[in-house]
Design a protein around this ligand. Structure first.
Ligand SMILES: Nc1ncnc2c1ncn2[C@@H]1O[C@H](COP(=O)(O)OP(=O)(O)O)[C@@H](O)[C@H]1O
Ligand SMILES: [Mg+2]
Length: 243
């Protein structure tokens, strides 16, 4: 279980040397299998994800994973402790094949059929992809799915995805949602996903709304969506669409 205690994050503006508070006293417990973070652009969602993954250190506050204080752990130590992070933009690794990446992610020698099974999980035909180089010939949607296969191979306690829908076309997006829906059933750890997509919010066990550097709301979709949408009328229309 991940717990954020009173996390604040300040940066100093280079122009006028004033402090800008990006996150303010964030308290959050992630003990559900599928948690969605949503909220307006610039609200602090990506910063929060980077603080959890250890890319940024909080100015104050504590981060605990299964009761262990990981606040001062590096990215690598946190990865070892069980946190995986998928970036908002997929990374391309020149010269490495899909099999190399999945083996690296698994952290041990895995045989070809195990590597292929992760690709099948994310809806890619394994024989077409396993020996392909991860380069510009792969589409955004394919890269996203390979990245998810890597995260599944890693099998960590907490997998963080920052707007996985970004930069992929609608067709790939629909397939990606199916991957997340099936991951929800299969993954052993928790998934923390930043998204604006109704279909992602719809499968979340818990929705967290982050705006203005603070947590504005936390709860199930039935508890959070009416507030998120402002009026109950708008909500019932949306609920009809997504339930
Ligand atoms: N290292 C940084 N230095 C200065 N401002 C930053 C830094 N990181 C993020 N910000 C600012 O913090 C706010 C929150 O950003 P971000 O976490 O990316 O929001 P979101 O992911 O919700 O869109 C934005 O106003 C952004 O410009
Ligand atoms: Mg962001």
């Amino acid at each position: 279980m991940l717990e954020l205690r009173d996390i604040s994050f300040q940066v100093t503006d280079e122009n006028d040397a004033t402090n800008k508070e990006i996150l303010k006293n964030v308290n959050l417990k992630v003990d559900d299998r599928f948690v969605a973070i949503t909220g307006p652009n610039g609200g602090g969602k990506s910063t929060l994800a980077k603080i959890i993954a250890g890319i940024f250190r909080p100015t104050s506050g504590q981060i605990l994973l299964d009761g262990v204080d990981i606040t001062n752990m590096s990215i690598t130590e946190r990865a070892r402790a069980g946190i995986s992070f998928a970036f908002q933009q997929p990374v391309r690794f020149k010269g490495l094949t899909v099999k190399d990446l999945i083996t690296l992610a698994a952290g041990k020698d895995i045989n070809i059929s195990q590597a292929c099974s992760y690709l099948s999980e994310v809806g890619l035909c394994a024989k077409d992809y396993i020996n392909r180089e991860v380069n510009a010939s792969l589409s955004g949607g394919e890269l996203k799915r390979i990245e998810i296969a890597m995260i599944m191979a890693r099998g960590t306690k907490l997998s963080i995805f920052d707007e996985p829908e970004a930069g992929i076309d609608l067709w790939s997006f629909n397939n990606l949602i199916q991957v997340f829906e099936s991951m929800h059933e299969k993954i052993n750890g928790s998934i923390l996903i930043i998204s604006h997509q109704e279909r992602i919010l719809n499968i979340a066990d818990k929705i967290v709304v982050v705006a203005g550097g603070q947590i504005k709301n936390v709860g199930t979709k039935a508890e959070v969506l009416p507030d998120l949408l402002g009026t109950s009328e708008a909500c019932s229309t949306l609920m009809d669409k997504i339930v």
